[in-house]
Design a binder for this molecule. Structure first.
Ligand SMILES: NC(=O)c1ccc[n+]([C@@H]2O[C@H](COP(=O)([O-])OP(=O)(O)OC[C@H]3O[C@@H](n4cnc5c(N)ncnc54)[C@H](OP(=O)(O)O)[C@@H]3O)[C@@H](O)[C@H]2O)c1
Length: 296
Protein backbone atom coordinates (compact mmCIF):
# COMPACT_ATOMS: atom_id res chain seq x y z
CA UNK A 1 0.00 0.00 0.00
CA UNK A 2 1.12 3.54 -0.68
CA UNK A 3 2.76 5.77 1.92
CA UNK A 4 1.35 9.28 2.19
CA UNK A 5 3.22 12.16 3.84
CA UNK A 6 0.83 14.84 5.12
CA UNK A 7 2.75 18.09 5.49
CA UNK A 8 0.84 20.10 8.12
CA UNK A 9 -0.98 16.88 9.05
CA UNK A 10 -1.19 17.81 12.74
CA UNK A 11 -3.92 20.37 11.96
CA UNK A 12 -7.68 20.11 11.73
CA UNK A 13 -7.97 18.59 8.24
CA UNK A 14 -4.77 16.57 8.63
CA UNK A 15 -5.95 14.75 11.75
CA UNK A 16 -9.19 13.62 10.10
CA UNK A 17 -7.41 12.83 6.82
CA UNK A 18 -4.77 10.77 8.62
CA UNK A 19 -7.41 8.49 10.24
CA UNK A 20 -9.33 8.33 6.97
CA UNK A 21 -6.29 7.27 4.93
CA UNK A 22 -5.25 4.67 7.53
CA UNK A 23 -8.77 3.19 7.42
CA UNK A 24 -8.36 2.88 3.64
CA UNK A 25 -5.09 0.98 4.16
CA UNK A 26 -2.56 3.75 3.37
CA UNK A 27 0.55 4.17 5.50
CA UNK A 28 0.62 7.73 6.85
CA UNK A 29 3.47 9.95 8.03
CA UNK A 30 3.04 13.52 9.30
CA UNK A 31 5.55 16.28 8.60
CA UNK A 32 5.51 18.66 11.56
CA UNK A 33 7.61 21.31 13.28
CA UNK A 34 7.20 19.35 16.52
CA UNK A 35 8.00 15.71 16.85
CA UNK A 36 4.98 14.84 18.94
CA UNK A 37 4.30 11.17 18.37
CA UNK A 38 5.18 8.04 16.44
CA UNK A 39 4.56 8.61 12.76
CA UNK A 40 5.68 12.26 12.92
CA UNK A 41 8.69 13.41 10.91
CA UNK A 42 10.37 16.58 12.12
CA UNK A 43 11.23 19.53 9.94
CA UNK A 44 12.03 23.18 10.38
CA UNK A 45 11.35 25.09 7.18
CA UNK A 46 12.92 28.26 8.60
CA UNK A 47 16.30 26.74 9.46
CA UNK A 48 15.87 24.46 6.40
CA UNK A 49 16.07 21.18 8.25
CA UNK A 50 14.17 18.01 7.38
CA UNK A 51 14.41 14.56 8.96
CA UNK A 52 15.63 12.40 6.10
CA UNK A 53 14.44 9.07 7.55
CA UNK A 54 11.61 7.41 5.57
CA UNK A 55 11.44 10.10 2.85
CA UNK A 56 12.44 7.52 0.23
CA UNK A 57 9.34 5.44 1.16
CA UNK A 58 6.90 8.25 0.41
CA UNK A 59 4.70 7.84 -2.66
CA UNK A 60 2.32 10.75 -2.14
CA UNK A 61 2.66 14.19 -0.55
CA UNK A 62 -0.48 15.97 0.68
CA UNK A 63 0.48 19.56 1.46
CA UNK A 64 -1.76 21.16 4.11
CA UNK A 65 0.80 23.67 5.38
CA UNK A 66 -0.02 27.14 6.55
CA UNK A 67 -0.67 29.47 9.47
CA UNK A 68 -4.38 29.55 10.25
CA UNK A 69 -5.99 32.32 8.18
CA UNK A 70 -8.89 32.98 10.57
CA UNK A 71 -6.99 32.82 13.87
CA UNK A 72 -5.63 36.37 14.33
CA UNK A 73 -6.33 39.79 12.85
CA UNK A 74 -4.42 40.52 9.64
CA UNK A 75 -1.69 42.92 10.73
CA UNK A 76 1.18 43.33 8.24
CA UNK A 77 3.22 40.91 10.36
CA UNK A 78 0.40 38.35 10.34
CA UNK A 79 -0.06 38.72 6.59
CA UNK A 80 3.62 37.91 6.08
CA UNK A 81 3.29 34.82 8.31
CA UNK A 82 0.24 33.67 6.32
CA UNK A 83 2.16 33.98 3.03
CA UNK A 84 5.55 32.64 4.16
CA UNK A 85 4.04 29.62 5.95
CA UNK A 86 2.54 28.51 2.63
CA UNK A 87 4.91 29.72 -0.07
CA UNK A 88 8.37 29.48 1.54
CA UNK A 89 7.56 26.15 3.21
CA UNK A 90 6.28 24.62 -0.03
CA UNK A 91 9.32 25.89 -1.93
CA UNK A 92 11.64 24.40 0.70
CA UNK A 93 9.76 21.08 0.52
CA UNK A 94 10.18 21.15 -3.25
CA UNK A 95 13.91 21.86 -2.89
CA UNK A 96 14.29 18.66 -0.83
CA UNK A 97 12.63 16.52 -3.55
CA UNK A 98 15.82 14.59 -4.29
CA UNK A 99 15.11 12.69 -1.04
CA UNK A 100 11.68 11.64 -2.30
CA UNK A 101 12.97 9.00 -4.69
CA UNK A 102 9.62 7.15 -4.87
CA UNK A 103 7.30 10.12 -5.11
CA UNK A 104 4.45 9.45 -7.55
CA UNK A 105 1.81 12.05 -6.76
CA UNK A 106 1.29 15.45 -5.10
CA UNK A 107 -1.83 17.11 -3.64
CA UNK A 108 -1.59 20.80 -2.73
CA UNK A 109 -4.19 22.59 -0.62
CA UNK A 110 -5.42 25.93 -1.87
CA UNK A 111 -8.45 28.09 -1.07
CA UNK A 112 -11.75 28.70 -2.84
CA UNK A 113 -11.31 32.39 -2.02
CA UNK A 114 -8.79 32.66 -4.87
CA UNK A 115 -11.47 34.26 -7.09
CA UNK A 116 -11.99 37.17 -4.71
CA UNK A 117 -15.26 38.04 -3.01
CA UNK A 118 -18.12 39.45 -5.06
CA UNK A 119 -21.88 39.48 -4.74
CA UNK A 120 -22.05 35.72 -5.30
CA UNK A 121 -23.81 36.05 -8.68
CA UNK A 122 -20.88 34.67 -10.69
CA UNK A 123 -20.40 30.94 -10.17
CA UNK A 124 -16.63 30.65 -10.43
CA UNK A 125 -15.00 27.76 -12.23
CA UNK A 126 -11.36 26.80 -12.25
CA UNK A 127 -10.40 28.75 -15.40
CA UNK A 128 -11.56 32.07 -13.90
CA UNK A 129 -8.94 34.70 -12.98
CA UNK A 130 -7.62 35.23 -9.49
CA UNK A 131 -9.19 38.10 -7.55
CA UNK A 132 -7.26 41.20 -6.52
CA UNK A 133 -7.55 41.14 -2.71
CA UNK A 134 -5.08 39.89 -0.10
CA UNK A 135 -6.34 36.29 0.00
CA UNK A 136 -6.35 35.97 -3.79
CA UNK A 137 -2.74 37.15 -3.90
CA UNK A 138 -1.74 34.69 -1.17
CA UNK A 139 -3.43 31.85 -3.02
CA UNK A 140 -1.87 32.76 -6.37
CA UNK A 141 1.66 32.57 -4.90
CA UNK A 142 0.75 29.47 -2.89
CA UNK A 143 -0.49 27.64 -6.00
CA UNK A 144 2.59 28.75 -7.96
CA UNK A 145 4.81 27.11 -5.32
CA UNK A 146 2.73 23.90 -5.50
CA UNK A 147 2.92 23.92 -9.32
CA UNK A 148 6.70 23.42 -9.01
CA UNK A 149 5.88 19.82 -8.06
CA UNK A 150 3.40 19.45 -10.93
CA UNK A 151 6.00 20.28 -13.59
CA UNK A 152 7.37 16.72 -13.45
CA UNK A 153 4.76 14.81 -11.50
CA UNK A 154 1.03 14.18 -11.73
CA UNK A 155 -0.82 16.08 -9.08
CA UNK A 156 -3.76 18.20 -8.09
CA UNK A 157 -4.34 21.55 -6.46
CA UNK A 158 -7.55 21.63 -4.45
CA UNK A 159 -9.27 24.99 -3.95
CA UNK A 160 -10.90 24.08 -0.68
CA UNK A 161 -14.09 25.69 0.64
CA UNK A 162 -14.79 26.18 4.38
CA UNK A 163 -14.35 22.73 5.83
CA UNK A 164 -17.13 21.53 8.11
CA UNK A 165 -15.68 19.28 10.80
CA UNK A 166 -16.53 18.64 14.44
CA UNK A 167 -12.88 19.00 15.30
CA UNK A 168 -12.46 22.80 14.90
CA UNK A 169 -12.63 25.36 12.13
CA UNK A 170 -15.68 27.35 11.06
CA UNK A 171 -18.30 25.02 12.59
CA UNK A 172 -16.76 25.26 16.08
CA UNK A 173 -16.69 29.07 15.81
CA UNK A 174 -20.32 29.23 14.64
CA UNK A 175 -21.48 26.76 17.31
CA UNK A 176 -20.49 29.01 20.23
CA UNK A 177 -23.16 31.73 19.91
CA UNK A 178 -25.78 29.22 18.76
CA UNK A 179 -25.26 27.03 21.85
CA UNK A 180 -25.95 30.13 24.02
CA UNK A 181 -29.22 30.68 22.19
CA UNK A 182 -27.72 33.64 20.31
CA UNK A 183 -27.98 32.18 16.79
CA UNK A 184 -28.41 34.93 14.21
CA UNK A 185 -27.22 35.80 10.71
CA UNK A 186 -23.91 37.64 10.47
CA UNK A 187 -24.35 40.93 8.64
CA UNK A 188 -27.17 40.70 6.09
CA UNK A 189 -26.89 36.91 6.21
CA UNK A 190 -27.33 36.87 2.42
CA UNK A 191 -23.64 36.36 1.66
CA UNK A 192 -22.89 32.94 0.14
CA UNK A 193 -20.50 30.65 1.97
CA UNK A 194 -18.90 27.79 -0.01
CA UNK A 195 -18.52 24.73 2.23
CA UNK A 196 -17.46 21.08 2.14
CA UNK A 197 -17.94 18.26 4.67
CA UNK A 198 -14.56 17.01 5.86
CA UNK A 199 -15.40 13.42 4.82
CA UNK A 200 -16.05 14.55 1.25
CA UNK A 201 -12.75 16.45 1.25
CA UNK A 202 -10.93 13.29 2.39
CA UNK A 203 -12.77 11.30 -0.32
CA UNK A 204 -11.72 13.87 -2.97
CA UNK A 205 -8.07 13.55 -1.90
CA UNK A 206 -8.24 9.74 -2.21
CA UNK A 207 -10.10 10.06 -5.54
CA UNK A 208 -7.29 12.33 -6.84
CA UNK A 209 -4.57 9.94 -5.64
CA UNK A 210 -6.22 6.77 -6.94
CA UNK A 211 -7.06 8.26 -10.34
CA UNK A 212 -3.85 10.33 -10.59
CA UNK A 213 -5.91 13.39 -11.57
CA UNK A 214 -3.81 16.26 -12.85
CA UNK A 215 -4.94 19.86 -12.49
CA UNK A 216 -6.77 22.37 -10.32
CA UNK A 217 -10.15 21.54 -8.81
CA UNK A 218 -12.69 23.42 -6.71
CA UNK A 219 -13.36 21.31 -3.61
CA UNK A 220 -16.78 22.70 -2.75
CA UNK A 221 -20.01 20.84 -2.04
CA UNK A 222 -22.38 23.82 -2.15
CA UNK A 223 -22.62 27.55 -1.49
CA UNK A 224 -25.33 28.47 1.03
CA UNK A 225 -26.17 31.82 2.54
CA UNK A 226 -24.78 32.62 5.96
CA UNK A 227 -28.39 32.81 7.21
CA UNK A 228 -29.11 29.25 5.98
CA UNK A 229 -25.91 27.87 7.49
CA UNK A 230 -26.61 29.49 10.88
CA UNK A 231 -30.24 28.33 10.75
CA UNK A 232 -29.17 24.74 9.94
CA UNK A 233 -26.82 24.81 12.91
CA UNK A 234 -29.47 26.17 15.28
CA UNK A 235 -31.91 23.50 14.08
CA UNK A 236 -29.38 20.67 14.54
CA UNK A 237 -28.53 21.97 18.03
CA UNK A 238 -32.21 22.46 18.96
CA UNK A 239 -31.58 26.13 19.72
CA UNK A 240 -33.61 29.22 18.79
CA UNK A 241 -32.81 31.27 15.70
CA UNK A 242 -34.53 34.59 16.09
CA UNK A 243 -31.87 37.04 17.28
CA UNK A 244 -31.41 40.21 15.19
CA UNK A 245 -28.65 40.24 12.57
CA UNK A 246 -25.15 41.00 13.88
CA UNK A 247 -24.34 44.47 12.42
CA UNK A 248 -21.77 44.64 9.64
CA UNK A 249 -20.00 47.58 11.29
CA UNK A 250 -19.54 45.64 14.53
CA UNK A 251 -17.98 42.68 12.67
CA UNK A 252 -15.68 45.01 10.71
CA UNK A 253 -14.63 46.73 13.96
CA UNK A 254 -13.99 43.36 15.68
CA UNK A 255 -12.16 41.61 12.85
CA UNK A 256 -10.81 44.37 10.61
CA UNK A 257 -9.84 43.25 7.10
CA UNK A 258 -10.30 39.62 8.16
CA UNK A 259 -14.08 40.25 8.44
CA UNK A 260 -14.22 39.50 4.71
CA UNK A 261 -14.07 35.81 5.71
CA UNK A 262 -17.48 36.25 7.37
CA UNK A 263 -19.05 39.02 5.29
CA UNK A 264 -17.69 38.30 1.80
CA UNK A 265 -19.91 36.46 -0.63
CA UNK A 266 -18.71 33.98 -3.22
CA UNK A 267 -20.09 31.22 -5.35
CA UNK A 268 -18.09 28.41 -6.95
CA UNK A 269 -18.82 25.46 -9.22
CA UNK A 270 -17.93 21.82 -8.50
CA UNK A 271 -18.67 20.57 -12.01
CA UNK A 272 -15.00 19.89 -12.87
CA UNK A 273 -14.38 17.43 -10.02
CA UNK A 274 -17.81 15.83 -10.59
CA UNK A 275 -16.93 15.32 -14.27
CA UNK A 276 -14.04 13.08 -13.12
CA UNK A 277 -16.58 10.72 -11.51
CA UNK A 278 -16.59 12.15 -8.00
CA UNK A 279 -19.92 12.18 -6.14
CA UNK A 280 -20.42 14.31 -3.05
CA UNK A 281 -22.08 12.51 -0.15
CA UNK A 282 -23.08 15.78 1.54
CA UNK A 283 -24.43 18.68 -0.49
CA UNK A 284 -27.36 19.64 1.73
CA UNK A 285 -26.27 21.93 4.58
CA UNK A 286 -28.89 20.67 7.06
CA UNK A 287 -27.88 17.05 6.52
CA UNK A 288 -24.15 17.82 6.69
CA UNK A 289 -24.42 19.77 9.95
CA UNK A 290 -26.80 17.23 11.51
CA UNK A 291 -24.48 14.35 10.64
CA UNK A 292 -21.43 16.14 12.08
CA UNK A 293 -23.15 17.12 15.32
CA UNK A 294 -24.49 13.59 15.83
CA UNK A 295 -20.95 12.16 15.79
CA UNK A 296 -20.01 13.08 19.41
N1 LIG B 1 -9.98 24.47 7.40
C1 LIG B 1 -10.56 25.05 6.36
O1 LIG B 1 -11.77 25.38 6.38
C2 LIG B 1 -9.74 25.32 5.12
C3 LIG B 1 -10.39 25.85 3.99
C4 LIG B 1 -9.63 26.12 2.84
C5 LIG B 1 -8.27 25.85 2.82
N2 LIG B 1 -7.69 25.34 3.95
C6 LIG B 1 -6.24 25.12 3.92
O2 LIG B 1 -5.94 23.76 4.16
C7 LIG B 1 -4.74 23.65 4.94
C8 LIG B 1 -5.04 22.86 6.21
O3 LIG B 1 -6.10 23.49 6.91
P1 LIG B 1 -6.35 23.18 8.48
O4 LIG B 1 -7.65 23.80 8.82
O5 LIG B 1 -6.11 21.75 8.79
O6 LIG B 1 -5.19 24.08 9.11
P2 LIG B 1 -4.56 24.05 10.58
O7 LIG B 1 -5.42 23.26 11.53
O8 LIG B 1 -4.27 25.46 10.95
O9 LIG B 1 -3.20 23.22 10.35
C9 LIG B 1 -2.19 23.67 9.49
C10 LIG B 1 -0.89 22.96 9.80
O10 LIG B 1 0.16 23.67 9.10
C11 LIG B 1 1.34 23.69 9.89
N3 LIG B 1 1.83 25.07 10.00
C12 LIG B 1 1.18 26.14 10.53
N4 LIG B 1 1.98 27.22 10.48
C13 LIG B 1 3.15 26.81 9.93
C14 LIG B 1 4.39 27.46 9.64
N5 LIG B 1 4.60 28.73 9.96
N6 LIG B 1 5.36 26.72 9.08
C15 LIG B 1 5.19 25.41 8.79
N7 LIG B 1 4.06 24.75 9.07
C16 LIG B 1 3.05 25.44 9.62
C17 LIG B 1 0.99 23.19 11.29
O11 LIG B 1 1.69 21.97 11.53
P3 LIG B 1 2.81 21.83 12.69
O12 LIG B 1 2.47 22.83 13.78
O13 LIG B 1 2.65 20.43 13.15
O14 LIG B 1 4.11 22.12 12.05
C18 LIG B 1 -0.51 22.99 11.28
O15 LIG B 1 -0.93 21.81 11.93
C19 LIG B 1 -4.29 25.09 5.23
O16 LIG B 1 -3.32 25.46 4.30
C20 LIG B 1 -5.56 25.90 5.04
O17 LIG B 1 -5.32 27.24 4.64
C21 LIG B 1 -8.38 25.07 5.08
Amino acid sequence: MKTVLIAGGSGMIGQTLSKFLKNKGFNVLILSRSKKKAGYLYWNPISKNIEGKHLDKINVIVNLLGENIGEKKWSNKRKKEIIDSRVNTTRFLFNTRINFSNLEYYVGASGINCYGFDDGIIKHSEEDDYGVDFLSEVIKSWEESSRLFLENLPGSILRIASVLDNNGGVLTKMKRPVSLGLGSPLGSGKQLMPWIHVEDLCEIIVHCIENKLHGTFNAVAACDSNRDVMRALAKAMHRPFFMPMVPVQLLKWLYGEMSVLILGSMNASNEKIKATGFNFRYSNIEEAVKQLLSKK
